[in-house]
Design a protein around this ligand. Structure first.
Ligand code: HOZ
Length: 419
């Protein structure tokens, strides 16, 4: 595999951009590999600047559910961009995208678009605090809700990968009101509410966690969250930035039949363009400016190009029964992995993780004891064979409708060889 161009450009990038990257996971440090600089993607493939081709299981961290550069999405975005890039004033596509999302996730009665998942969760927390008039928030160890100050406490994703789950630069004054509890631990949640219930503004959770690898919540855990938040008048927030449309067409909330007050979405509703959204019960959403006292704004929010890419992606997702295709690939994957001993594995819909451990994984402590050296070895082997996977044991891999059964047998064969 050639990498002369990538190596030389990366060296130059390091002089201008911290660590040479604009998001830490892209440095591939956890797997001790040279970073990858992608020039383009098409269908299930991405191509680096040295001309190497990879079958992509990163999928832009979720949104490339139809594969890369789907021709109908590209042509709708092109048509939209001819009319201008953005106006800082409302555009009809904002309404069109809000309608299709609300149709697929009816708990989102009203929706506000933002520009990233981080913005969505940060704004949802402010809304919950403004609506309830309370300070404390509850999150769960290993869940990652973007990089807003109050949420970088025992966080997963890149923060866990780099060993900085509580980032420097965040005064304890800010995180004092954040309680991070063990994921899937009903008992701990019950105790926290018994002690602080009337001060808790919200509980935020990834119902299918994807930022410590894939760890599904148990039904009893989500039921307990729903019950206790109702009892104490706290807002329940589902962060479905990763699970939305990936684990079920109606999101994890539809899969479990447990509905939050507020849902946060990201990436996927922009088909990979910068976008995010939070939405939920009208009674809560109406607390946002201009209707209510909770301030939240954004010049780029709802920009037509992101709305166009997201709208077309969701339309094709429904028309072409994309979830069903992905789920059937997932079943093939389950079957192949089940033949391998002494390995951990979680999959929900189009999200999966192979864990280098022989015990089952249900929370962050379980994930932290995985053998990350063996994970790195597997990652290097995959890359050498032309398969691109997230470069960390603490990240989810993604299936798209363009993957083939032969891709799945190849990655499982490489797994068995690595072991
Ligand atoms: N787990 C992250 C997205 N939810 C990975 C992407 C990044 O940090 O750049």
């Amino acid at each position: 595999m050639k990498n002369t161009r990538s190596t030389s450009l990366y060296r130059r990038m390091c002089k201008r951009i911290p660590g040479g990257v604009n998001s830490p996971v892209r440095a591939f440090r956890a797997v001790h590999e040279p970073p990858l600089i992608i020039s383009r993607g098409k269908g299930r493939y991405v191509y680096d600047i040295d001309g190497n081709r990879y079958v992509d299981f990163i999928g832009a961290w979720g949104p490339a559910i139809l594969g890369h550069a789907h021709p109908e999405v590209v042509s709708f975005v092109q048509k939209t961009l001819r009319g201008g890039f953005g106006f800082g004033v409302s555009h009809p596509l904002e309404y069109a995208l809000a309608e299709i999302i609300a149709d697929m996730m009816p708990s989102m009665e009203k929706i506000r678009f933002v520009n990233s998942g981080t913005e969505a969760t940060m704004s949802a927390i402010r809304l919950a605090r403004g609506y309830t008039g309370r300070k404390m928030i509850v999150k769960f160890d290993g869940c990652y809700h973007g990089h807003a100050d109050s949420l970088l406490v025992k966080a997963g994703s890149g923060a866990a990968t780099l060993g900085v789950p509580d980032s420097a630069g965040i005064p304890t004054d800010i995180t004092r009101n954040t309680l991070s509890l063990a994921f899937n631990d009903v008992e701990m949640v019950t105790r926290a509410f018994a002690a602080h219930g009337r001060s808790i503004a919200c509980v935020i959770v990834e119902p299918v966690a994807g930022n410590m690898g894939v760890v599904p919540a148990t039904t009893s855990f989500l039921t307990a969250l729903r019950t206790v938040t109702k009892k104490y008048g706290a807002v329940l927030i589902f962060d479905e930035v990763m699970s939305g449309f990936r684990v079920h067409p109606g999101g994890a909330q539809e899969l479990y039949g447990i509905y939050p007050d507020i849902t946060c979405l990201g990436k996927i509703i922009g088909g990979g363009m910068p976008v995010g959204a939070f939405g939920g019960k009208s009674a809560i959403m109406d607390s946002i400016a201009p209707l209510g006292p909770v301030y939240q704004a954004g010049t780029l929010s709802g920009n037509p190009l992101a709305m166009a890419a997201g709208l077309k992606t969701l339309e094709l997702y429904r028309r072409d029964r994309i979830f069903q295709k992905i789920e059937s690939l997932g079943i093939v994957l389950d079957d192949a992995v089940s033949r391998i001993n002494n390995i951990g594995y979680n999959r929900v819909g189009g999200m999966f993780t192979v864990y280098f451990t022989d015990r089952s994984i249900s929370n962050f402590d379980d994930v932290k004891q995985c053998d990350t050296q063996s994970f790195s070895k597997y990652h290097r082997e995959l890359r050498a064979h032309g398969f691109l996977f997230p470069p960390s044991q603490f990240e989810a891999a993604f299936l798209s409708s363009t993957h083939r059964k032969s891709d799945i047998s190849a990655v499982v064969r490489i797994l068995s060889d690595t072991l």
